[in-house]
Design a protein around this ligand. Structure first.
Ligand code: 5AD
Ligand code: SF4
Length: 445
């Protein structure tokens, strides 16, 4: 048995791709290891959404080169968005890399390894596939995804993005939107249910535009209805939504379908209309707010999370203060916050009036400080209340506790106790809340 170590950067789409990479390589006799030192092959599944993630890939490669000098047989692969974006540039810059595969090319790994054995020169595969031949086909999907969890699974429903927000590299790395057929998705999920999975998260860069490239028909709301019919699946999540496409049908689906979880991740990016316009987000803050109001009316206990960018080119103090005001008004349960960073191919990288690094840092700190206090207050509101949680595994803190999530996606730790197992859905009362998680006591199972 050969050992494989995969390091995954970035979003859940990359996490799922890593499970597919592990699946393809397990068919070739590789088993996963947690330790790079004992690995025969190391794969970096990279992210290029922000500059920091991309430079991390190159610094990690430098370290792997040192490891390879000690162990020349070690195989090094680079996949994901940096691989897609950079292609052959990676092997030019890091000639010790044995293979490079793009986001559509996981199924090419066996061929790339074969080429390497034959000492062929070309060891890069980043060709974009219109029809995704492998890994969409349900006859093989089960055997080619080596999943990290046993009760919850990631399922992609749409790849790529057509939005072209002016800061974002994703449309260039992941390509145009391609939706999977509803029947393929449902077949995959039926298979997951048969293997004991209770929760699925439907993934896409913009799940709200699911189906548009197939001429309308089943949209996300319709898909949620179809998946709700699948016995054994108890919870359905989806991400990421886009405020311009997030519509009444979806709000109704979340409200009326009991299996659909009460959590929406709806990236705002900025509270300033001028910035939203320059970002090409296609909504104003007032429109966004109206949708949130409707959502909260229809689903009163909904958890809402967001993404915020601080220091987009041209952002003035007044623009930035509108973002702070929006955070106060929206009262998000959590926010992922980023300093704007220039990305290749994107229009915003050429905009004049780039904000200085010091101002960006200062604004990001302010956003984080404000949101942290809101997140803590939101979590504190949970104290004394009861929630249903799905037990996902042992808590990282030690083997004395178990970890689960509420339907609103908040992490809850409970004491281990007899009769409660991974995969169980139980009722807990929250005894204590911190900024990052909740502690609970079991009230029923
Ligand atoms: N700079 C900073 N943040 C970015 N994001 C995407 N591109 C950039 C960039 N160039 C953030 C957005 C997006 C999240 C996934 O990453 O907030 O919603
Ligand atoms: Fe990037 Fe915008 Fe597409 Fe999201 S919607 S992936 S931010 S281009």
């Amino acid at each position: 048995m050969k050992h494989l170590f995969i390091k995954t950067f970035g979003c859940q789409m990359n996490e799922l791709d890593s499970e597919k990479i592990a699946g393809v390589l397990s068919d070739l006799g590789y088993s996963l290891t947690d330790s790079p030192d004992s690995a025969d092959m190391i794969i970096l599944n990279t992210c290029s959404v922000r500059e920091k993630a991309e430079s991390k890939c190159y610094s990690d490669l430098g370290r792997l080169n040192e490891l390879k000098k000690e162990r020349p047989d070690l195989l090094i692969g680079v996949g994901g968005c940096v691989a897609q974006q950079e292609g052959t540039k990676i092997v030019k810059r890091a000639p010790y890399v044995d293979m490079v595969f793009g986001t559509d090319n996981i199924s090419d790994i066996p061929g790339l390894l074969e080429k390497r054995r034959e000492k062929a020169k070309n060891r890069v595969s980043t060709e974009r596939r219109r029809k995704r031949v492998l890994l969409q086909d349900n006859s093989i999907v089960k055997s080619t995804v080596l999943r990290n969890h046993s009760v919850k699974a990631l399922v992609n429903i749409v790849d790529g993005c057509d939005k072209f927000c002016t800061f974002c590299v994703v449309p260039f790395t992941r390509g145009r939107e391609r939706s999977r057929k509803p029947e393929d998705i449902c077949n995959e999920i039926r298979g997951l249910a048969a293997s004991g999975y209770k929760e699925v998260t439907l993934l896409g860069q913009n799940v709200d535009s699911y189906g548009k490239d197939m001429g309308g028909g089943t949209g996300l709301a319709g898909l949620l209805e179809m998946i709700s019919e699948i016995p054994g699946i108890e919870r359905i999540r989806f991400m990421t939504s886009h405020p311009a496409d997030f519509n009444d049908n979806l709000i109704t689906a979340i409200a009326k379908l009991p299996k659909v979880c009460n959590h929406v991740h709806l990236p705002l990016q900025s509270g300033s209309d001028a910035m939203l316009d320059k970002m090409k987000r296609n909504y104003t803050y007032a429109e966004y707010k109206e949708k949130i109001t409707k959502l909260r009316e229809a689903v009163p206990d909904v958890t809402i999370t967001t993404d915020i960018i601080a220091g987009f080119p041209g952002e003035s103090d007044a623009d930035f203060n509108k973002t702070l005001k929006a955070l106060e008004e929206m009262q998000y349960d959590a926010a992922y916050t980023f300093k704007y960073s220039k990305r290749p191919y994107t229009p915003a990288r050429t905009y004049e009036e780039q904000v200085t690094i010091d101002v960006k840092k200062d604004r990001l700190n302010k956003v984080i400080e404000l949101q942290n206090s809101i997140t803590l207050a939101k979590n504190k509101e949970c104290e004394g209340k009861e929630f249903e949680i799905l037990i996902e595994g042992e808590s990282k803190r030690g083997s004395v506790s178990l970890t689960g999530r509420t339907r609103g996606n908040k992490i809850v730790h409970i004491q281990k106790q007899e009769g409660i197992f991974i995969g169980d859905i139980i009722q807990v009362r929250i005894t204590f809340a911190t900024f990052s998680s909740l502690m609970g006591e079991v009230v029923g199972f």
